[in-house]
Design a protein around this ligand. Structure first.
Ligand code: OGA
Ligand code: MN
Length: 287
């Protein structure tokens, strides 16, 4: 079966049209889907009124799934493979821990030594307007650097910090700080990452990176800021304007994304994500 694809932006992304993910899918159709995933970085499936089981089952075809042990508060209570990204208050009325998930440029799980291959985010509830997500193509970001800059960054490693770690560390005591550091140590990742499947080089950075390994924050900041600004120029970006029952799949190894928060926070925005584990990358950095 030849898939019907519709490009989403000049930089990246395709919509896979006329496919019902509730129906069984042959290996060969999935093969075409996976090729499109590698080629375009993002796949959009619209009008997918799938169950959580179907979401998980389809996700498993991309690879082994994370059980989100590093984010226990954001897990679905009955499905460890599903991570909630929601502003729906907790049953006890306290605000959801995940209401600000993804609000800066990042790639999922980069603060671990097994960063995500892909993520599959399903939209359940949307505010009246906004709640968009931006995506940027990190192959293009790398390819458009000068040869001089490519040489300069070739061997650099960025230190990635988990969001949880930052929040907790900010207002925690020393003992709590040490515990959080142990659970989520800073992880160094190559700034130029070779995609394990396509073999292409991509920038692997984002706003969770505050310094390069072996350098101070002060020394690193100008170059990190430049590279992130370059990487997220409008011509490298696709803006997802969600509809209910959209399922969006992205390749975390060659894209960055950011939730915009461009909506009325009193209205419900509820998304659910599965995370496909990738190949090992990076190392634990000295604090
Ligand atoms: C994520 C994420 C962005 C959004 O689920 O990994 O960053 O717009 N979400 O909800
Ligand atoms: Mn994310």
């Amino acid at each position: 079966m030849a898939l019907k694809l519709r490009r989403l932006s000049n930089a990246l992304g395709v919509e896979v049209c006329d496919l019902d993910l509730r129906k069984p899918m042959s290996e060969s159709t999935f093969g075409e889907i996976y090729s499109a995933f590698l080629q375009y970085g993002i796949l959009l499936f619209r009008n997918q009124d799938i169950s959580r089981e179907q979401h998980i089952e389809f996700s498993r075809r991309f690879g082994e799934l994370d059980d989100h042990a590093s984010l226990p508060r954001d897990r679905h209570p009955d499905y460890p493979e599903i991570l909630l990204v929601t502003n729906r208050p907790n049953p006890d009325g306290t605000p959801s821990e995940s209401r600000y998930t993804g609000r800066s440029w990042h790639t999922d799980m980069s603060y671990t030594t097994r960063p995500a291959l892909g993520s599959l985010l399903r939209c359940y509830n949307l505010p009246e307007v906004g709640g968009d997500t931006l995506f940027a193509n990190m192959y293009l970001a790398y390819d458009t650097l000068s040869e001089g800059m490519k040489k300069l960054i070739a061997d650099l490693h960025g230190i990635h910090l988990s969001g949880t770690r930052k929040i907790n560390v900010a207002d925690a005591g020393e003992a709590r700080r040490a515990e959080v550091m142990k659970l989520n140590p800073p992880i160094a990742q190559p700034v130029v990452r070779v995609h394990p499947e396509t073999g292409r080089k991509a920038l692997y950075l984002g706003e969770k990176v505050k310094r390069f390994d072996g350098m101070t924050e002060e020394e690193s900041k100008p170059l990190i800021d430049y590279l992130n600004r370059h990487a997220t120029r409008p011509e490298f970006v696709f803006r997802q304007q969600w509809r209910e029952n959209d399922l969006l799949v992205w390749d975390n190894r060659c894209t960055l994304h950011q939730a915009l928060g461009d909506f009325d926070e009193t209205q419900l925005r509820h998304m659910e994500r599965t995370t496909v584990l990738g190949t090992p990358s990076g190392y634990i950095a000295a604090a």
